[in-house]
Design a protein around this ligand. Structure first.
Ligand code: 13P
Length: 258
């Protein structure tokens, strides 16, 4: 089964809605139909820019998917400051990042809240991008693979196999995020293979064949083709190199053949 790569730009806490509009127009201009045929692209602006980006994507029929960076697990209620899956779905959001290491590290995200969010995103008809990854200490102690597989298994608890087949997992080693240090392509492939094997074991071979596994952590136009070279690495979750439209477009066009 061949999986179409997904390259996702996670803007984190960058770009006002006005910056976002200019970015999308520039990006659209720099990509051609062949890029879109080969690679799915999603953009994950801050909540304040979602509506503006959606309007530009729709008006200009730009084949880039809209994504969010987080969500609450309830569809509505007394949760001051939170955003619900229903609100995102109404904005035509397709992908929602869940369990990013920055949310786990700074905002108390746990395997349990990640699991609730994954189910809520699926229930609202969107696709979660489930983030997993080890820190430097955990890698040095030799437990990275068990830890990362454990994070994924916790996130997928009580998710139906058909749903698992269509979702996205992002392997982001924490020591590679924003540091300029990437994992090697072999490390990324080895972890992606371990994650896929765990999905096959827990949810069946169709789920394993369908799930897309991204690598994230200091991906840029110079290393993206190598990082995505392994057969189990199906895309990239990009932070810093997604902030400039010209750089992000160059990164995507690196995936053209030849
Ligand atoms: P960088 O690409 O800036 O390392 O960030 C990766 C990331 O955390 C994407 O979610």
């Amino acid at each position: 089964m061949s999986r179409k790569p997904l390259v996702s730009g996670n803007w984190k806490m960058h770009h006002t809605h006005l910056d976002a509009i200019a970015f999308v127009q520039k990006l659209a201009f720099s990509l051609d139909a062949e890029d879109h045929r080969r690679t799915d692209v999603s953009l994950h602006p801050a909540f304040t820019a979602l509506r503006s980006v959606q309007t530009v994507l729709d008006a200009d029929r730009i084949p880039v998917a809209l994504g969010a960076q987080d969500v609450h697990w309830e569809q509505k209620g007394a949760f001051t400051g939170e955003i619900s899956p229903l609100m995102l779905a109404k904005l035509n959001v397709s992908y929602v990042i869940v369990g990013h290491s920055e949310r786990r590290q700074y905002f108390g995200e746990t395997d349990e809240t990640v699991s609730k969010k994954v189910r809520a995103v699926l229930a609202a008809g969107m696709t979660p991008i489930i983030c997993v990854g080890e820190n430097e200490e955990q890698r040095e102690a030799g437990g990275a693979e068990d830890l990362v597989v454990g994070q994924l298994e916790a996130a997928l608890r009580s998710v139906a196999p058909e749903a698992v087949a269509s979702l996205v997992v992002a392997y982001e080693p924490i020591w590679a995020i924003g540091t300029g240090r990437t994992a090697t392509p072999d490390d990324a492939q080895a972890m992606a293979a371990a994650l896929r094997a765990a999905v096959v074991a827990d949810h069946g071979s169709e789920a394993g064949a369908g799930v897309r596994i991204q690598y994230g952590g200091s991906v840029n136009p110079d290393n993206v083709a190598d990082m995505l070279g392994g057969p189990d690495v199906d895309g990239a979750l990009v932070g810093g190199a997604s902030l400039d439209a010209e750089v992000f477009a160059r990164l995507i066009t690196q995936l053209r053949p030849g």
